[in-house]
Design a protein around this ligand. Structure first.
Ligand code: B12
Ligand code: SF4
Ligand code: SF4
Length: 256
């Protein structure tokens, strides 16, 4: 059955796929899979290669390629989940590629329902690198992950034994925010401020200033480039203005 699934998703253009047993998945800060999908047995994790657009000096071009990839990975997840339910007769659940996220308590901010990095590691799709991203043995850092949870009992793939990360430090020195200075921990606030300037923090800052401004100042603020960018991100969704740690890692670039 694994080979049927593998062949199917690779035929759709997925770059790699790995299988993990839900009981082997360990992401200490994320909720238990059982609380999301009682009876789930297997995680089918897919890797999608990012285009060279992530190196573009234009944030719009880099971001557009990511939006394309997220759309592709989301629809692939949905197609796979439909196949598992419809053809293999087992309930399936798609995992969000990035959002929606649960913001109900402060501890949950920045923690997804399912950590796709931990899922990718346990499904044999890579290991954590110095940048706290998962490095795929063939495609390097430049992959994003998506997953489907299922009640099917499928044999897990073997984890990658040797980390492809050479500890060259390029991801750390290329981070404009200094968010990777401490090994093993991304400084989320520093990264967010730089990589999502028009995200939640940017929005709160804008509207706080707006509330304190005079009506003349408010009119000017609503015609400012800052407001236009905030307006755009409100309907596009999360927008990443930084791909530096992702793009600087030489591993993905040396492999075809
Ligand atoms: C919230 C989020 C963010 C937040 C918070 C990141 C964070 N610290 O978790 C912010 C906005 C900062 C962020 C930034 C980025 N993100 Co992001 N993000 C997510 C999201 C939606 C949830 C992550 C989560 O649940 N974190 C909470 C838990 C898992 O983290 P944690 O328990 O504290 O574990 C951390 C550390 O303990 C450490 N760690 C844990 N175990 C181990 C083991 C070893 C050996 C080491 C060294 C470290 C280590 O690394 C973990 C991450 O910091 C995921 C999608 C998803 N559903 O998983 C994407 C995701 C992690 N992001 C991704 C990417 C690519 C990025 C960015 C490059 C932005 C961009 N342009 O795309 C940057 C990279 C920042 C970096 N170098 O860490 C990809 C990673 C792909 C990959 N190859 O690994 C993901 C998986 C999205 C996807 N669908 O592929 N992200
Ligand atoms: S996405 Fe940018 S700001 Fe965030 S850790 Fe990577 S290089 Fe640093
Ligand atoms: S840039 Fe260098 S240190 Fe950073 S993850 Fe890649 S190989 Fe490892």
């Amino acid at each position: 059955m694994k080979e049927i699934i593998r062949g199917l998703v690779q035929g759709w253009g997925v770059d790699d796929v790995g299988f993990a047993s839900v009981c082997d998945y360990r992401s200490p800060n994320s909720p238990a899979i059982e609380s999301l999908f009682p009876g789930a047995r297997t995680m089918i994790v897919m890797a999608f290669q990012e285009l060279a657009a992530c190196e573009s000096p234009s944030p719009q071009m880099a971001m557009n390629a990511r939006l394309d990839l997220m759309e592709f990975s989301r629809s692939t997840c949905y197609r796979l989940a439909r196949f598992v339910e419809g053809k293999l007769g087992s309930p399936a659940m798609t995992v969000p590629v990035a959002y929606p996220m649960d913001y109900s308590t402060p501890e949950k901010i920045g923690v997804a329902e399912v950590s796709l990095r931990h899922a990718a590691v346990v499904a044999g799709l890579g290991t954590f690198g110095r940048h706290n991203l998962v490095v795929h043995p063939r495609f390097g850092t430049r992959v994003i992950f998506a997953a489907v949870l299922t009640k099917l009992d499928l044999a897990p793939d073997l984890p990658v034994r040797k980390s492809p990360c050479t500890d060259c430090g390029l991801c750390v020195s290329n981070c404009p925010a200094g968010a990777l200075d401490k090994a093993g921990k991304t400084d989320v606030t520093k990264c967010l401020r730089n990589s999502q300037p028009y995200g939640m923090g940017g929005s709160i800052a804008f509207w706080s200033r707006f509330g304190a401004a005079t009506s003349e100042e408010q009119k000017t603020m609503l015609r400012s480039p800052e407001y236009m960018s905030l307006y755009q991100s409100a309907f596009i969704g999360y927008q990443y203005f930084c791909f530096r740690c992702f793009a600087a890692c030489p591993i993905g670039r040396t492999v075809k």
